[in-house]
Design a protein around this ligand. Structure first.
Ligand SMILES: CC(C)(COP(=O)(O)OP(=O)(O)OC[C@H]1O[C@@H](n2cnc3c(N)ncnc32)[C@H](O)[C@@H]1OP(=O)(O)O)[C@@H](O)C(=O)NCCC(=O)NCCS
Length: 166
């Protein structure tokens, strides 16, 4: 069994963050790389707010996964973005820890739903989100090359209709 710590990423994590995203992007078409300058901006901004934050999953000092969370009070949602776990560490519940993190951010902010976009051809992602109770929402990002769905889920209840082909 491995011990994983989930914590907010800080500017000091920038080079590990760049490395993680680079490796993850070579392992999966659903993970994107980021250059160091952009990563600095992202993590600086993440460390100065509670509404637009990056968290990392650490096995000891090694960063093995990351996810972005955005708080949308008006839409009553916490958005999950850029969820990625290194292949070597997949299937061990790390994404589920990030989901729990999103739930706790939602609770802290009095928000009742989680939301995310996923490419409809990302079969594993869709299977996981479906297992978690995510269902297709009303919004679609039409400008993207692949169809994607916003999939809101109530943190403490289950409602929402499913759209689309899982
Ligand atoms: C998607 C991804 C983040 C999952 O990370 P992970 O750490 O392996 O996931 P977990 O081990 O936490 O599994 C999450 C849940 O899905 C379940 N699960 C895992 N693989 C599954 C599969 N192939 N089908 C259905 N359910 C699955 C697990 O049982 C677990 O359920 P639980 O929370 O009820 O226990 C990881 O595969 C990844 O980084 N993929 C590449 C990038 C990507 O696709 N990101 C998502 C973009 S929207």
């Amino acid at each position: 069994m491995i011990v994983i710590e989930i914590r907010k990423l800080a500017i000091e994590d920038v080079s590990d963050f760049v490395k993680l995203r680079k490796l993850a992007s070579t392992e999966s078409e659903w993970a994107t790389a980021v250059d160091e300058d952009r990563a600095k901006v992202i993590l600086e901004s993440s460390s100065t707010t509670d509404s637009d934050v990056w968290y990392g999953a650490f096995e000891g000092k090694k960063l093995v996964g990351a996810a972005h969370f955005s708080v949308h009070k008006q839409a009553d949602t916490v958005g999950i973005g850029n969820l990625m776990v290194l292949k070597s560490h997949q299937g061990q519940g790390i994404a589920s820890l990030f989901k729990a993190t999103a739930e706790s951010i939602a609770e802290r902010n009095g928000i009742s739903k989680l939301a995310l976009y996923v490419d409809v051809t990302n079969k594993k992602g869709l299977a996981i989100y479906k297992k978690w109770g995510f269902q297709r929402g009303k919004e679609t990002i039409v400008e993207m090359t692949m169809p994607v769905f916003l999939t809101p889920v109530k943190v403490a209840a289950t409602e929402n209709a499913i759209y689309g082909n899982w």
